[in-house]
Write a protein that binds this ligand. Structure first.
Ligand SMILES: C[S@@+](CC[C@H](N)C(=O)[O-])C[C@H]1O[C@@H](n2cnc3c(N)ncnc32)[C@H](O)[C@@H]1O
Length: 331
């Protein structure tokens, strides 16, 4: 019923019949429908889809190619990986949402696929957790290897603007540096992280800072009520995650209307070794991608600040850091 409504709206907006038929044909095939259901839980690489579907890589790539040509999926090459992602805007995105909502979550194949996907995500999260377990004691040094930290921190302080913040939340706090940096500007700070080892270092760093605390929690399921935080920082965290937009949406949920969110991460880069040696998943983010995600999370996008690599690091694998600022909507 809903899908029929979407189709009527599509035609009212001048959508062409042949495009609709192509999309419906692409959807109406068991493996491709499974791929679409899987992608509705976040972007995936061909390798990950191959693991769930238990089909050869060329076969899975061919199905993805068809979905891309039908306008249902975007392919985002990034270094040696290619991510597939459901289209998020436009008439086909709405149609797709309605069709996917009609797929029974209790279907045996869907249940099996979801189990397999969860396992892959768990293995991925475990690999990152193992990395942080090992890197915890050296994290402050690792973080500053490819960029000028002082410059980034000065820019961040400037970007969040003047004044005090009542409640601050630092998501993926690691060794707690953001809380330490901003502790004098806030009444109360909470850092959350899933790594016990990282939290151990954060606790020792913050032991003399009485207004800041850390707690173990999953950033996809924050232990906080809606609209409670005045300042949220997400510093060098998103590039490790399987689903950055979901993390931003969860952060937006707890941001107060008018509150400030600062996301610090890398601009797109080519350094594959960060995947191999440092558990990165994404090789940076473009402005347009980040802006889209922040707005989709219901925030008002405000600004982006870019910090190019230091001259002294020109021959090194140095990175451009970006600071994106968004605010909780007031109406
Ligand atoms: C690169 S560190 C950044 C730490 C800190 N923000 C900084 O810039 O120094 C990323 C942190 O995100 C945490 N993290 C990754 N996935 C998470 C999740 N699902 N929930 C909570 N923390 C997570 C890791 O444990 C790690 O401490």
């Amino acid at each position: 019923m809903l899908a029929a409504k979407v189709v009527v709206t599509m035609f009212e907006k001048g959508f062409k019949v042949d495009k609709l038929v192509k999309a419906l044909r692409a959807i109406a095939e068991p493996t491709r429908l499974r791929i679409l259901v899987l992608l509705s839980h976040g972007e995936l690489t061909v390798r990950e889809l191959t693991q769930v579907l238990q089909q050869s890589q060329p076969r899975v790539s061919r199905h993805i190619g068809l979905l891309v040509r039908a306008g249902l999926v975007d392919r985002i090459p990034e270094g040696s990986w290619v991510f597939s992602r459901l289209v998020r805007d436009g008439a086909l995105a709405n149609l797709l949402q309605d069709i996917l909502a009609a797929v029974p979550a209790t279907d045996v194949i869907v249940v099996e696929d979801m189990k397999c996907l969860e396992q892959i995500k768990e293995e991925r999260a475990q690999a990152a957790a193992n990395y942080f377990q090992k890197a915890a004691s050296d994290w402050d040094q690792i973080r500053s290897l490819h960029l000028c930290e002082q410059e980034v921190e000065a820019c961040l302080i400037n970007a969040i603007g003047p004044g005090r913040f009542s409640n601050m939340l630092d998501i993926g706090t690691g060794s707690g540096r953001m809380l330490e940096l901003l502790s004098k500007r806030i009444d109360h700070g909470l850092g959350i992280d899933q790594s016990v080892a990282m939290l151990g270092f954060a606790r020792s760093k913050l032991q003399n800072i009485e207004n800041c605390f850390v707690q173990q929690a999953d950033l996809f399921d924050l232990p906080l009520s809606d609209n409670t935080q005045d300042l949220i920082t997400i510093h060098q965290v998103l590039h490790y995650l399987s689903d950055p937009p979901a993390a931003l949406a969860e952060a937006a949920r707890v941001l107060r209307p008018g509150g400030t969110m600062a996301v610090v991460d890398f601009a797109p880069h080519k350094w594959e070794f960060l995947r191999e040696n440092h558990a990165h998943r994404r090789l940076g983010f473009s402005n347009s991608e980040m802006r889209k995600w922040l707005e989709a999370a219901g925030l008002r996008y405000a600004d982006v600040h870019s910090l190019p690599p230091l001259d002294s690091l020109v021959d090194e694998p140095s990175l451009t850091v970006r600071i994106w600022i968004a605010h909780g909507r007031t109406s």
